[in-house]
Design a protein. Structure first.
Length: 184
């Protein structure tokens, strides 16, 4: 490779880097103008109200029409809250897409276990790509699983009764945190 080719290659790579920076900045900007999407949208991932996933509007459940959500995984966190007069732990999964979506699922549900094992099996570099989450009903009316896709590849990560959930949770959170820091 001669000097001119090397120089052209470096210039091209610098242009690509600048475009990538602009793309990342545009993803993190809020929508401007009038719209109906202020703040995040919380989606509840369980089958308690007859839907696979739903939102609440004035405490009334409303089915989410989409069968899958695709976006950039931004955060995984656990939150303790009180529901029906008892303490419960929830997994909150934040996805950045056309707006911010926060998926809430019981920390020990099959939905959460599917998410955690899939994310724990990935590398931070894989999370540069959008992930697709797809609720999947179980045979029992109360069971909800979650399929996780990265770059149109289904992430197959199994678990059983002997799975160390504390360790899986740490691995999943570490992967998501590392990916989020690398993109910023």
């Amino acid at each position: 490779m001669n000097y001119q080719e090397t120089s052209d290659l470096v210039a091209s790579l610098m242009r690509q880097e600048e475009l990538l920076k602009q793309l990342i900045a545009s993803i993190n900007k809020p929508k401007l103008g009038l719209h109906n999407e202020a703040g995040g949208c919380k989606i509840y991932c369980n089958r308690h109200n007859g839907f696979l996933w739903y939102t609440l509007n004035n405490s009334e459940p409303s089915a989410v029409a989409g069968t899958a959500l695709t976006g950039y995984l931004k955060e995984l966190r656990f939150e303790n809250t009180e529901r029906r007069n008892k303490e419960t732990s929830k997994l909150l999964t934040t996805i950045q897409a056309d707006r911010t979506y926060i998926l809430e699922s019981g920390a020990d549900t099959n939905f959460s276990k599917c998410l955690l094992t899939a994310f724990a099996s990935l590398t931070p570099e894989q999370l540069y790509s959008p992930v697709t989450l797809q609720p999947q009903p179980g045979k029992d009316e109360s069971v909800l699983f979650c399929r996780v896709w990265v770059d149109s590849e289904l992430i197959m990560a199994s678990y059983n009764e002997e799975t160390n959930w504390r360790e899986i949770s740490k691995q999943a959170k570490a992967c998501v945190n590392a990916a989020s820091k690398m993109v910023l």
